[in-house]
Design a protein around this ligand. Sequence first.
Ligand code: SAM
Ligand code: SF4
Length: 470
Amino acid sequence: MDSPAPKRVYIQNFGCQMNDYDVDRMIELLRDDGWSMAATQDEADLIVLNSCSIREKSEQKVQSAAGRLRELKQRGVMVAVGGCVAQQEGGRLLQQIPTADIVFGPDQIPRLPELVRRFRVDKRRVADTSVIDVEDYQFLDANPLPGDVRVTSLVTIQKGCDNHCAYCVVPVTRGREVSRPLDEVVAEVRHFVSLGSREVTLIGQNVNSYHGAGSVDGDDFAELLRRVDEVEGLYRIRYTTSHPKDFTAKVAAAFRDLPRMAPFLHLPVQSGSTRTLKRMVRGYTREEYLRKLDLARSACPDLSLSTDIIVGYPGETAADFAETMSLLREVEYDSIYSFEYSERPDTPALKLALRDDVPVDVKAARLQEVQALQREITARRLGRFLGRVAEVLVEGQSRLGQGQLCGRLGGNEMVYFVGDPALVGRLVPIRVDVARTHTLCGEIAGPALPDLAVPSSPVRRKRLLPVLAS
Ligand code: SAM
Ligand code: SF4
């Protein structure tokens, strides 16, 4: 029989926004099964490690986190390992991680409470990483408590990925692509908004290939954006991740036509060299990628942009790398995520016999070069806000304390300023007076903007531009 003592769970998360979303669902499922959240591992009866396997380093982080649990295990704590490493390794993970009692794949998240209950009774270590058929897959609806809802929420629109980017393990760990039905997505957005969210990020590995709307012209993602844009009380829509090869003119036009679209686009390029892009099996050339950016920028001239860059991909020459550097100079992204190539099991790169042949010191030097260049560009891009009044959606109190609040511009730039915590969830005009390396600081320049009740009003459309005045 279960012990009557309160059951407390601590969840340590690694990886991408998909994992953040999954953790929120785990919390809700365990909560409904009588668990409460522990503030630290020491207070927990169950520790869940939600793993990421996108790069070798991510995988090592999970292994070391699990290793550190030995002492707690002796005190009887249960350990469950989920996420992409669990999916990749399956039952082998029980040998690799002796502290793990339960291993579960992303498709088995709904079974987590049951797996835990069973283990409490029979103490038999178990791995369930079975994958649900595409036809039978059902998305878990978010079920947050009102107090747990943030100003900005993630809403999943898709799972898995049908692309074959040669470096990427996601199709192995997350399986075939499945789109969530449009009405379910819209209902979840409405639900988050009714509980206080003001911004949603629609998440999927390749949102542009979303096909859950059954639209007449087949551009289901554009249709989904249009429908989400109708949700009253919502201030901003973002999405991630866009695949350049599937990014359409209609999706670009949403930046101009839909008043709730935040002026921000994350469009991962990976490399500036067409030769490397071909070897990555990305499905576009440098020129085609730049044309997609032109589409987006002509729909929204003050768009903020971010991207992902991989350096040291197999066979990447100094000339290929120079093209990545020149692309960064040409595009002037607001921010980037950059990574050294890391060989991953069962990826197409291995099947194509692409050897991980760029020496580690060359990879490290290239990464540093990319990051140094981007620091300069980011500083320049942030500088454009200095002295201007911009619209900030207030997300919460800053961890720095001192009465500071934090929030973001439509372009995703983080802004710190002193203000009343009652402003959380409101759109506030801020005069920007300091640009730091990655963030901005400023002061309130007027009353919070009234709620944006009329989505199509021209005033509202104008207001959603990131900068209100100079
Ligand atoms: N689906 C998204 C896309 O197509 O851009 C993102 C997938 S992944 C979670 C995020 C980023 O990790 C990728 O865009 C890529 O830059 C990086 N990444 C993926 N596999 C990698 C690998 N084997 N080595 C280094 N970086 C990798
Ligand atoms: Fe990986 Fe490519 Fe799919 Fe992104 S689109 S998840 S990089 S295979």
